[in-house]
Design a protein around this ligand. Sequence first.
Ligand code: COA
Length: 245
Amino acid sequence: MSSRASASVDLWTLELSASQLEVAGAASMLSRQERSRAARYRRTEDRRRFVVAHGLVRIVLGLYLAIAPDELVFTEGPRGKPTVSDPPRPLSYSLSHSGRRALLAVSDGAEVGVDVECASGFRFPDAALLAARSLAAEELEALARVRPNGRPRAVLQAWTRKEAALKARGDGLRADLRRFAALPRGASVGFCVYDLPLGRPYVGALASLLPVGRRRDFGASWCDWRRLRHCGRFARATRADWEVG
Ligand SMILES: CC(C)(COP(=O)(O)OP(=O)(O)OC[C@H]1O[C@@H](n2cnc3c(N)ncnc32)[C@H](O)[C@@H]1OP(=O)(O)O)[C@@H](O)C(=O)NCCC(=O)NCCS
């Protein structure tokens, strides 16, 4: 963990569309375990996205750690949170998938969790059901203050905050979600929680053990990779650097 009072978090939006050849390129970087996880997906599209996401995670983390993507070794925490084994310098990351996109949060050591969901088509009664099953009293009170047609999106946003906090802690969704609240720019299960401005139809949240002092946003797709490698810089920034105050 970083000893500084605030964390620096880079947020990568990964574009998972890729040609068959590119998917094969990504697959060649994966471990046997990742390949066998990919093979368990029934839908070709899901399998391909998993492969590209994990290939891009390897590329991006490899750039931070100056390790070749296929040489990175991952281990899982007791409740399933993946980490890089023996990184040469402190680094925490968290991955979340949603359709053709994935989000990857990378921090200089403070544990992070990220979650993204696609709110398209998410309405009542599903929203009411999810709210009843997962929101704490304070969150339900905050939801009641949202105008009715904005509530389904607000429920999903609240869900991402909780999932991000639990992913930062490494717990996954085993906890009873109604027993704790995760309010925007508040603290939850010991983590600072932030809503992410992802643009419709996505909602997402980031949780960090330390308050986020600086967040930088980047975008990466498989086609970028070759360019990135040659120009020796990470990626074109999709948004300007901005401070989380
Ligand atoms: C981890 C979990 C929160 C992921 O939620 P999700 O919305 O399905 O998926 P997301 O795309 O947001 O996140 C998946 C990523 O989280 C990461 N992850 C997995 N377990 C994790 C954990 N315990 N803590 C933090 N991150 C975790 C992985 O990088 C995973 O990516 P991968 O599947 O491509 O390897 C959820 O699957 C979970 O709680 N699993 C453990 C408990 C369980 O299986 N419960 C049964 C269902 S309630």
